[in-house]
Design a protein around this ligand. Structure first.
Ligand code: SAM
Length: 218
């Protein structure tokens, strides 16, 4: 399980580069996206796609190759595979087959956002993406009672709706929007949810977002 950068290509670790160079096969979420990274580091290892639409058919094939003694690195489009990305099904299948799974740690939007948030992060809860329809209200009600910092992943197209919903369920809490981390237009917005709502109304935003909400007790 090999972590790769979340934007800035220099965030690749030496070990990740070495492993990607030396495995028999790299399973990647999007071979075109990963191609950019691999070309940058002159990694010539064969790429194969492994994403949420083909993991049912691909997982047994990868496990078979591993059983034959091949080594496979799993990477996602960015960050740590498995975190709001495909991965755990393959790990599960490997564990069942007693195939060794090795972590190659590195970047993740989650761990990049937490320390710069200024919110308490000794304890936090990671929600990932909120459900769009079914179960959304229940999740929001449940999370609004959390006594830990709550972390969401969100897209620029859905952020306004999410902020409105958060105001409704959480009240006007302290929040942090960490956007385009490690990239040219990196932005860390800190304020209350109502400030963020205003910020989003003033100027439409682009790019990838981690949204952190302060605990109920803060
Ligand atoms: N596995 C990845 C990780 O470890 O961070 C996350 C993959 S998930 C499909 C993609 C989401 O991660 C984006 O929608 C955004 O919420 C967050 N994300 C990824 N890169 C980011 C960045 N550079 N800045 C802020 N958020 C980012």
């Amino acid at each position: 399980m090999v972590a790769t950068p979340i934007g800035n290509l220099s965030d690749m670790t030496y070990r990740a580069q070495y492993v990607l160079d030396n495995v028999d096969l790299i399973a990647a979420e999007d071979t075109r996206t990963s191609g950019v990274l691999l070309r940058h580091y002159d990694v010539k290892t064969q790429l194969r796609s492994y994403h949420s639409y083909n993991l049912k058919t691909e997982t047994p094939k990868l496990v078979k190759l591993l059983k034959q003694g091949k080594s496979i690195a799993l990477i996602s489009d960015a960050g740590t595979p498995g975190i709001s990305d495909p991965g755990y099904q393959l790990v599960q299948a490997c564990i069942e087959q007693e195939i060794k799974v090795i972590p190659i740690p590195g970047a993740s939007a989650l761990t990049a956002a937490l320390p710069v948030s200024g919110l308490p992060i000794n304890r936090f809860v990671f929600e990932g993406f909120l459900p769009q329809k079914k179960g959304r209200k229940t999740r929001l009600e449940w999370l609004s009672q959390e006594d830990r910092t709550v972390v969401f992943y969100e897209s620029p197209h859905r952020i306004e709706r999410t902020v409105n919903d958060l105001i409704k369920f959480f009240g006007d809490r302290k929040c942090v929007m960490a956007r385009e981390l490690t990239k040219k237009f990196e932005e860390i917005f800190r304020g209350n949810l109502s400030d963020l709502k205003t910020r989003l109304e003033v100027k439409k935003i682009k790019g990838e977002i981690v949204l952190l909400i302060a605990a109920k007790s803060l």
